[in-house]
Design a protein around this ligand. Structure first.
Ligand code: MN
Length: 266
């Protein structure tokens, strides 16, 4: 006769959510550390971040050389690559076999509003998570005096809890910009429009050769109601839902009705 099986014991802890944090300011940025501190109580927190600043690298992926992944502490890693490399290594290597429940990118030092999202390593890291089928949010602290990452990190924790509870549609992320003042509230927004003044500044290097700086001059924003820029300017936290699919559906529908192409025998 088989020995009697002991009754099942329900002592196993409920699985905590697994959170992967990254950024584009680098592992040593206070922004990601504030995020990690605010998140510890929300679940199991892992950091995979670039070993140095990678702002404005957009969605760059390193394919031309091998990457190094260095363990700094328990669940803390640096990569000599881009934010996108970090998310890829974080999901496919560090957390292999345990898909994270959420990727949080930030807290970035400075805004990521309007067309900035196309240059932003912070936002692109979140998009990389979305591409790999993981929910993601990107969080940026708009510059101001005095400066602190802590309120934005605290807000990111609240938003992360909400996303873990309610989910997000496939292909979508939330891009948060936190105002430089104590926020009056939260508003959902669309991307603003920015004009670049003095896009390129010409200079001369110490050897007398001409050289150029991109991004000189302060950004000038169009103050359009409902945009991230206007909302942050009014003292609110801005949350813009962004979709990976950049297809212009209105134009697509019109183009489809433009009539058949005559390729002239091509
Ligand atoms: Mn940055």
């Amino acid at each position: 006769m088989a020995p009697a099986r002991s009754a099942p014991r329900y002592t196993r802890a409920v699985a905590q959510p697994v959170l992967l944090l990254t950024n584009d300011d680098g592992y040593y940025s206070e922004g990601i550390q504030a995020l990690a501190d605010a998140r510890e109580s929300l679940g199991e927190v892992w950091i995979v971040a670039p070993d140095r600043e990678n702002s404005a690298v957009s969605h760059a992926l390193t394919l031309s050389r091998p990457l190094r992944l260095n363990r700094m502490a328990d669940r803390r890693f640096i990569v000599d690559g881009t934010p996108t490399d970090c998310v890829t290594l974080g999901i496919c290597q560090v957390l292999k076999g345990r898909t994270p429940d959420l990727v949080v990118s930030g807290v970035n030092f400075g805004a990521n509003m309007g067309v900035d999202v196309h240059y932003s390593g912070t936002v692109s890291a979140a998009f990389e998570a979305v591409i790999l089928g993981v929910k993601a949010i990107a969080v940026s602290q708009v510059l101001g005096e005095p400066f602190s990452f802590v309120p934005a990190a605290h807000f990111a924790r609240l938003l992360a809890a909400r996303v873990l509870r309610n989910g997000l549609p496939d292909g979508t992320l939330l891009n948060v910009n936190f105002p430089p003042v104590p926020p009056k509230g939260v508003q959902f927004t669309r991307l603003g429009e920015r004009c670049y003044t003095e896009g390129v500044v010409e200079d001369t290097d110490p050897r007398g050769r001409r050289c150029y700086w991109i991004g000189g001059g302060p950004p000038v924003w169009e103050d359009i109601p409902g945009t991230d820029f206007a909302t942050v300017g009014a003292g609110y936290v801005s949350i813009t839902p962004l979709h990976l699919d950049m297809t212009d559906r209105d134009l697509l529908a019109r183009l489809e009705h433009d009539g058949a192409w005559d390729l002239g025998g091509a």
